[in-house]
Write a protein that binds this ligand. Structure first.
Ligand code: ARG
Length: 560
């Protein structure tokens, strides 16, 4: 039941629609003030009356019923108390019936959303800087899918550029096939770094690299085989991390996929008179829009990152007919996206308005290490391993006798890394700290997981949940119910604002509310009907905690 709409329908204010009134209703900061409140200040101007008077008039024309059972005026607010028992019964019933589907919707039915995320670079390290795009994109994929959209996860691989010529040179000189096969990506990177060191002494190497890159482009068999092999090694390795983080992709069409799809875009730019030449390079002037020019072709005729992105956008529109196309990429690339979105708009692509840069902040490590070119790279794999290892140690200390400790350590350690990147508003820069993400008492992943495991153990002890009907609710019970009832709205807002942190924060709030309830209200040992109600509340909490975490890609252990 949607209480906002229910109240709004009964209120009828002037010419305002039900939706408008519903959206004005707020949830007061403390529940003794009521469950919903209408601030009448905003109505004062149109109704030409003082807010308390408006509130009083509205109150007098409102008839209470079994759904809304208390209306009061406090200052300029009109406060509503809903029938909490009814609300609790309805909410629990719905959750227990729908199970893991509770919170899902058909909002996005018939609409496709492309999500370009993670988009790693071939033969380059998968480092801590890729954490956010991978888990934010992964969470949006699940959240939007849960809201009924058809989602297409795209890994726009960085698989084009002169670096592949360099890699071939490096491999031919210092590469050892077996070593690379077994040492994989890191071995490949080693020879790449060596290339740069050697090239400083011997500039001929650069020339040679350009030659090989050209060979790749011209379709030379051997060079392309090597290139395909580098790609395979990288993808195999990244796949392991994707599996650990619970993310998946429907397409790995990377930059090189657009080699033969850029010319039509370039031709169209020319035709529409948008292309200009400056120092031999082809550009689109964006001065009018307060931006530097968008580079389309280099002096030597080779294409650029933006050219590929434009061809990719056109291809995606044609292939998927998207409703929205999201790019989960760090804010360093803000300008790049603004530029090529604008160029597409100037080309007359009306769908350019549906391209969205989902920008996010940087992740750095507590000890100052960051993903830079200087070799101080923090591999995501190492961060995951270390966090799982640390989790294992903590679990050993806290609960030595726990069954399948290793599995739990994996769930806790991996979850903590994901949660660390999804807890804050995505645009904020974050400093990653192992101690912080693994703290069992803060607003953290283990805290929520522990609460989930607690629910599970209560349910096990409680046995089957029989019939219940309760005469009243405690404040703690109601606080849990109110959150449970808000879950569908939270998911919808997270999807609308592309902000998975809404779900993360919600899970923490729900865990906190449940623990408060657990401490203040006896479950097992209470009178039968009360016990059953509290077990149902526990079961609903467990379900919703699990769903929220599943949408983020985090597992909740059965025991902890
Ligand atoms: N590979 C790029 C990088 O590491 C990110 C690609 C993002 N996606 C895109 N369509 N431009 O910076």
């Amino acid at each position: 039941m949607d209480y906002r709409t229910y109240i709004a329908e009964k209120l009828k204010i002037g010419t305002l629609s039900t939706e408008e009134v519903a959206s004005m209703l707020e949830v007061p900061p403390t529940s003794d003030m009521g469950d919903y409140a209408l601030p009448c200040f905003r109505l004062a101007k149109t109704l030409r009356k003082a807010p308390p008077i408006i509130a009083e008039t509205l109150k007098n024309s409102f008839t209470e019923d079994e759904v809304v059972c208390g209306v009061t005026v406090v200052g300029g607010y009109l406060n509503f108390k809903i029938n909490r028992l009814r609300f609790a019964e309805e909410t629990l019933k719905e959750i227990l019936e729908k199970g893991e589907k509770y919170g899902s919707s058909r909002l996005g039915e018939g609409k496709t959303i492309c999500i370009d995320y993670s988009s790693v670079n071939i033969a380059k390290p998968f480092h801590i800087g890729h954490l956010s795009t991978t888990v934010i994109g992964g969470a949006l994929y699940k959240i939007l899918g849960f809201l009924g959209y058809k989602v297409v996860g795209i890994n726009h691989l960085g698989d084009y550029g002169t670096q592949f010529g360099k890699l071939i040179v490096a491999y031919k000189r210092w590469g050892d096939k077996e070593k690379i096969e077994s040492g994989k990506l890191r071995e490949l990177m080693k020879i790449y770094v060596k290339f740069h060191e050697e090239a400083e002494k011997d500039p001929e190497l650069e020339e040679e690299a350009r030659h090989y890159f050209k060979l790749i482009e011209e379709g030379d068999r051997e060079s392309n085989e090597l290139f395909a092999w580098f790609k395979e090694i990288t993808l195999k390795e990244v796949q392991k991390i994707y599996d650990r983080l619970n993310v998946k992709f429907d397409s790995y069409a990377g930059e090189s996929f657009y080699n033969d799809k850029m010319q039509p875009v370039i031709d169209e730019l020319k035709e529409k008179g948008l292309l200009q030449y400056s120092d031999g390079a082809a550009i689109v002037d964006l001065e009018k829009y307060g931006m530097p020019p968008c580079l389309i072709l280099k002096k030597d005729g080779s294409s650029l990152y933006a050219t590929r992105d434009m061809a990719a956008a056109v291809y995606r529109k044609k292939t998927y007919d998207f409703y929205k196309c999201l790019y989960v990429v760090a804010y360093q690339q803000d300008l790049h996206f603004r530029q090529f979105f604008k160029v597409l708009e100037l080309m007359g692509k009306e769908w350019a308005k549906d391209l969205v840069h989902v920008s996010y902040g940087m992740v750095s490590m507590e000890d100052g290490a960051m993903s830079t070119r200087t070799g101080k790279v923090v591999f995501l794999e190492d961060v995951l391993d270390k966090c799982v290892e640390k989790a294992a140690r903590i679990i050993e200390e806290k609960n030595e006798k726990l069954d399948n400790k290793e599995e739990v350590a994996r769930q806790v350690g991996t979850g903590a890394v994901i949660f660390g990147a999804l807890y804050n508003n995505k645009i904020k820069d974050i400093v990653f700290s192992f101690d912080k993400v693994l703290n069992f008492d803060g607003e953290t992943c283990p805290y929520v997981q522990y609460t989930g495991a607690r629910c599970n153990s209560v349910l096990k002890k409680g046995g089957e949940i029989g019939a219940y009907s309760v005469p009243s609710l405690t404040e703690e019970e109601y606080a849990v119910v109110a959150l449970l009832g808000a879950f569908p709205d939270v998911v919808r807002e997270a999807g609308e604002k592309y902000e998975p942190s809404f779900v993360t924060r919600f899970a923490v709030e729900l865990a906190k509310a449940y623990n408060k309830f657990y401490i203040a209200n006896k479950i097992i040992g209470s009178e039968e009907s009360v016990k059953n109600f509290r077990l149902a509340l526990t079961k609903a909490t467990h379900t919703v905690l699990k769903t929220s975490f599943r949408l983020l890609g985090i597992e909740i252990p059965d025991q902890m």
